[in-house]
Every structure is written in structure tokens, then in C-alpha cells.
Write a protein that binds this ligand. Structure first.
Ligand SMILES: Cc1ncc(COP(=O)(O)O)c(C=O)c1O
Ligand SMILES: N[C@@H](CCCC[NH3+])C(=O)O
Length: 433
């Protein structure tokens, strides 16, 4: 997000969802995760309108792993989206939120028998099969329960997205999906077509996350049509749905130049139209699974400034009351972020500091170097664009409680996840002696 797009009030405080962020920090304490819900809704609308213009049949399936909570699933339900889950925990939360089971896809490269049972018992929309063992396990569940379910096959298309190594998933050497190059896809197809309890509705591929170029998606769209044409010829089976995954990049700093959903979607659709026409295939239904691009820019992590260390002639560390426990991304991926001082939005930027977390790790640096106004204890810093893979990857490292999460919209704020207490931290512990 560009900091000039941020809204401030007459006290020069940052406003999130119409609410004064300094008040939020004082009301709920810090570290605090705040979502501007209207931003989430706007981004969903941008994706939808890009598809609507094309006349294509489509579904947008939000990737829960970016941020999953009862409140989030409720917003998604209101906006009519689908969602994908990757664990029994995400599935449980979506169902508890009253999210429609038939709009849930279940992903994962090692789903357990119990997780598959849970999916079947709750009649979820589709299980996205990832490996041969899973085909066997799901078949067993379905036959034991005398029922059937929709499935898709997750394919590894052999496309390397230009992104962080940990964010690539579509290359041949990946732990996810059935490899196309070596023919695992066809072997899986034959197995699934022979199981009457499984209805194969489509194929899926996801090339990675935080991707800026459209080429990877164009290549993927072409590849999925090529596979469909080949399968039609060889097996007289053609996928009705092409699920092209997520991965649409967002801007964390000035260095990032993201492409809007409209451009991504238009390019994908153009490729699909041309490729299907050439292959003499009917245009399929298209699904996408954006996670980061839906929630990333809507999230703000608020921290209170505490101690500082000034190393003469060298640098300064400003220490805040959160860090890698609520946002592991800088330590894990060397991810870059920008921050603002929410109670000093118009103040002159007079110092260059490291923004450091409170965890016992030298790598717990939230921002390597950034210009700030003169910072004193009690100032409230907001890290921007933290809505994806921030809270959802949070931990209790150093036995720090995870922060609270607040939704702000139309000038109202609502607590959607409570702050963990010290008692929560030991609620599963048992005495040994
Ligand atoms: C299968 C699948 N779908 C969707 C996503 C969401 O990706 P992103 O948050 O980058 O949009 C991921 C994560 O990379 C994924 O693994
Ligand atoms: N956690 C990653 C994205 C992972 C996507 C999951 N396949 C990130 O924060 O960039």
C-alpha cells in the first residue's frame, strides 16, 4: 500500500475502517491486528467485476490459509465467495462460522483419514486430490459411508513462478500434486475415473504466491487447456472446471509493482479463449484461489514503541512489543514491509531506524531500515499490508500470547479474535511431578 493512500483525522492519527487507530491501540492493547473490512470487500469486487465483464462461468475461492477466523468466513459468506481449506482446523472453523459446506474445497498434500472423513461427513463441495495415497484413503471413506463426493486433481504443471523459493509450488520438483511431466496425472485420472464414488469435476494447479508477472498464469492457462485436449482424446474425459489457484502479488513497499486483478484475470481469460478455440474445446468454468490479494492490503499490525538502542555512528534499533510471533514473514522470507507512526502521521521523518521485535532472535527485525519521525516510548507504529500470512502464521514463541484481531468498518470496530492470555498459554500443559 502506498502510505499516501492512508487516511488521517484532524489529530493526524491514522484512520482504519473509519476508526482512529490510536484509540484502537489503547482500547484493545498492542500488538493488535486490525483489518479494514471495506478493503477486503472492495478487493473481492475487483476480482468479481473482472470476471463478470468476460461472461465466463467462474468461482472465486478465497485461500483461507492467508487468514482464517470465524469473522472472516462470515464476511466471505456475505460476499458469496467460495473458500479453500487446507486442514481439519480450517474446515472446522469455516463450518462453525456457518460457511456453506458446498462452497468449500479441501486442499493439502497429506490429508489424514480423519480429515477426509470430516470432509465427507460435512458434504463439502470438492476434495482436491493431491497424491495416490489420498485417492485410496478417500475411496475407503466413501465406500464405508456408502456415499460420493466431487473431486479435482491437483496437477504439478512444471511451471516455475518468479517468486521466493518458498513461495513456488508449480515446478516439477514440488511436494504438491500429480506431476504432469512424468505422467502421474494420467495415472491418477485413470484411477479416479474407475471409482464411481468420486465425481471428477475438474483439474487444479497453483504455481506459487506473491507473483507479479502474468506470463506464469498465461502459461498455466495454456497448459491446462492442452491437458484437457489430451485427456479428451486419450480418455474421452474433459475437465469441466479449470482451477488456476492463487498467487496474485501485492505491494508491500515501493519496490513492488503489482498488477491489478483486472489485468491478471483478463490475460488468463484471453489465453483460455484462444487456447480452447484452437483445441476445439468448449470454454470451461474457471476458478481462482486468491488469498494474499484479498486480505493482505487490508491488514495493519499495531505495536507500541518501547526501548531503543542507539549505536553511536552506526544505527538505531527501535523495539516494539510484538515481532516474529505475530509476523514471521520478515524473518522467514526476508519479506519487506513499510510502517507509519499512527499518532504522528504528518511529523517530519528525522531518523532512520531498524524496527525490531521483542523475541529472543537477532533475526527478529520487522523492518530493516526505514525513515521515521523521532520515536519515543508509547508511540504507536502500524506495519502496513500485514493481513495475509501474518496472524495465520503466528506462534507462541517465547511464550508470548498471540495478539487480538479487530475488524473495523464504517467507523465501527469489533473484536473478532481475543488476545491470548497467559492462562491460555498453559491450558494444555499437564503437571509432570
Ligand atoms: C493451492 C493454493 N491455492 C491458493 C493459494 C493462495 O495463494 P495467494 O495467497 O498467494 O493468493 C495457495 C498459497 O500459495 C495455495 O497453495
Ligand atoms: N506463507 C507464504 C505464502 C504461502 C502460500 C501457501 N502455498 C507467504 O507468507 O508468503
Amino acid at each position: 500500500m502506498i502510505s499516501s493512500e492512508l487516511k488521517t483525522n484532524d489529530q493526524n492519527h491514522l484512520i482504519i475502517g473509519g476508526v482512529d487507530s490510536v484509540k484502537l491501540a489503547h482500547k484493545y492493547g498492542t500488538p493488535l491486528v486490525v483489518y479494514d473490512v471495506e478493503k477486503i470487500r472492495q478487493q473481492i469486487k475487483r476480482f468479481k467485476s473482472s470476471f463478470d465483464e468476460s461472461g465466463l462461468k467462474y468461482e472465486i475461492s478465497y485461500a483461507s490459509k492467508a487468514f482464517a477466523a470465524i469473522g472472516m468466513y462470515q464476511v466471505l459468506k456475505q460476499e458469496g465467495l467460495h473458500t479453500d481449506v487446507v486442514s481439519g482446523g480450517e474446515l472446522y472453523t469455516a463450518l462453525k462460522a456457518g460457511f456453506p459446506a458446498d462452497k468449500i474445497s479441501f486442499h493439502g498434500n497429506n490429508k489424514s483419514y480423519q480429515e477426509l472423513e470430516m470432509a465427507v461427513d460435512n458434504h463439502i463441495g470438492v476434495v482436491i486430490l493431491d497424491n495416490f495415497l489420498e485417492i485410496e484413503l478417500l475411496k475407503k471413506v466413501l465406500q464405508e459411508k456408502h456415499t460420493s463426493i466431487n473431486v479435482m486433481l491437483r496437477l504439478t504443471p512444471g511451471i516455475s513462478a518468479h517468486t521466493h523459493k518458498y513461495d513456488q509450488t508449480g515446478q516439477v520438483d514440488s511436494k504438491f500434486g500429480f506431476d504432469v511431466e512424468s505422467g502421474q496425472d494420467k495415472k491418477a485420472l485413470k484411477q479416479v475415473l474407475a471409482i464411481p464414488e468420486m465425481k471428477l469435476i475438474g483439474i487444479h494447479a497453483h504455481i506459487g504466491s506473491q507473483i507479479f508477472g502474468v506470463q506464469g498464469f498465461e502459461m498455466l492457462a495454456q497448459k491446462m487447456v492442452d491437458i484437457s485436449a489430451e485427456w479428451k482424446k486419450e480418455f474421452e474425459y474433459k475437465p469441466e472446471i479449470l482451477n488456476l489457484g492463487g498467487g496474485f502479488g501485492i505491494s508491500y513497499t515501493d519496490e513492488d509493482e503489482p498488477i491489478g486483478p483486472d489485468i491478471f484475470i483478463n490475460k488468463i481469460i484471453t489465453t483460455l479463449k484462444e487456447a480452447t478455440q484452437k483445441a476445439d474445446l468448449v470454454l470451461p468454468e474457471v476458478w481462482i484461489e486468491p488469498g494474499r490479494s484479498i486480505v493482505g492490503p487490508a491488514g495493519f499490525n499495531l505495536y507500541t514503541v518501547g526501548s531503543r538502542k542507539d549505536i553511536p555512528g552506526m544505527t538505531s534499533y527501535i523495539n516494539v512489543d510484538g515481532g516474529m510471533g505475530d509476523n514471521i514473514r520478515p524473518a522467514l522470507y526476508q519479506a519487506k514491509y513499510e510502517a507509519v507512526v499512527t499518532n504522528k502521521m504528518k511529523a517530519e521523518l528525522t531518523e532512520v531506524d531498524h524496527l525490531a521485535g521483542k523475541y529472543c532472535e537477532s533475526g527478529d527485525i520487522l523492518i530493516d531500515k526505514q525513515k521515521f519521525p523521532a520515536l519515543v516510548p508509547g508511540d504507536i507504529v502500524a506495519m502496513l499490508d500485514t493481513g495475509a500470512y501474518g496472524y495465520s502464521m503466528a506462534s507462541n514463541y517465547n511464550l508470548n500470547p498471540r495478539p487480538a484481531v479487530v475488524f473495523a468498518e464504517n467507523g465501527q470496530d469489533k473484536l473478532v479474535i481475543e488476545r491470548e492470555s497467559f492462562a491460555d498459554l498453559i491450558k494444555l500443559d499437564k503437571s509432570y511431578l
